[in-house]
Design a protein around this ligand. Structure first.
Ligand code: ZN
Length: 256
């Protein structure tokens, strides 16, 4: 049983081929998928998808790269959340000071608002963070006693990883870990305790080696998992068990 903890099934070419994509995942032993919203529009599509496919769960959120003026509409997320038990998290939210496509203050407002919703709904928050280590840590620190955070597609430094682990965050790794230029992430993976690690595709983006340049899909999470298992010196089966348990603990147990 393997789980893809982060994909975007509402993006093309996945949405147009969704039956095939989900079947291909099943055929590769991927038992659950978590599809992630990035805007109100996208989150509404996430709701439609989880209503249609039994093994697909959803997270709803507004991406930090497109959260300008979200104060005028962000409350809609709560309505979507309340309409299905299969919406199990808020995100992706977070901070992206690399692209700075939305103003910093808008990003911070939106991130904190997702956290407020999570507090009320007792759901984890899925975080995108890029070139914003300190600001991300500041916000998580203020809330880590009450909310569980999942840092998606981790590509940061060892130090950033340690700081996040100190705040009880779970870290998820994508196909980036198979890229030559990302070899440094092997050292990060080694230090993540087994109960704090997840794997994802972030499909349709970030296809792992040897599929770079092609659209990614959830079935490829197996390649990411295989890589993690190798670094952790264990089997694919064992790592599948570990990450599936982590997924269940994070999203289906009310711990905080
Ligand atoms: Zn994503």
């Amino acid at each position: 049983m393997i789980i893809d903890s982060h994909c975007h099934l509402d993006y093309e070419p996945l949405l147009n081929n969704i039956d095939k994509v989900i079947l291909n995942a099943k055929n590769n032993n991927i038992s659950k998928l978590l599809t992630i919203g990035t805007s109100i529009e996208s989150s509404k599509k996430v709701l439609e998808i989880v209503n249609k496919f039994e093994n697909v769960y959803g997270a709803i959120g507004i991406h930090p790269n497109s959260c300008s003026n979200s104060k005028f509409y962000i409350d809609e997320l709560l309505l979507i959340k309340k309409s299905s038990k299969k919406i199990i998290a808020f995100g992706e939210t977070g901070l992206d000071f690399f692209y700075n496509k939305s103003k910093k203050e808008d990003q911070i407002y939106s991130f904190e608002k997702h956290i407020d919703f999570s507090l009320n709904e007792r759901s984890p928050v899925i975080v995108h963070t890029r070139d914003a280590d300190d600001a991300t840590l500041d916000i998580i620190k203020k809330n880590s006693a009450k909310v569980n955070f999942l840092i998606h597609c981790f590509t940061g430094s060892i130090e950033f990883a340690k700081n996040l682990l100190d705040l009880n965050c779970t870290l998820s790794f994508s196909g980036i870990i198979t890229f030559k230029k990302a070899e440094y992430l092997n050292e990060v993976i080694k230090l993540i305790p087994n109960d704090k690690i997840l794997v994802e595709t972030d499909s349709p983006y970030l296809s792992p080696v040897p599929y770079r340049g092609k659209p990614n899909e959830p079935a490829n999470v197996k390649i990411v998992l295989q890589h993690v298992a190798k670094i952790k010196n264990t089997s694919l089966e064992e790592m599948a068990k570990i990450t599936s348990t982590n997924f269940s603990n994070l999203f289906f147990n009310e711990k905080k």
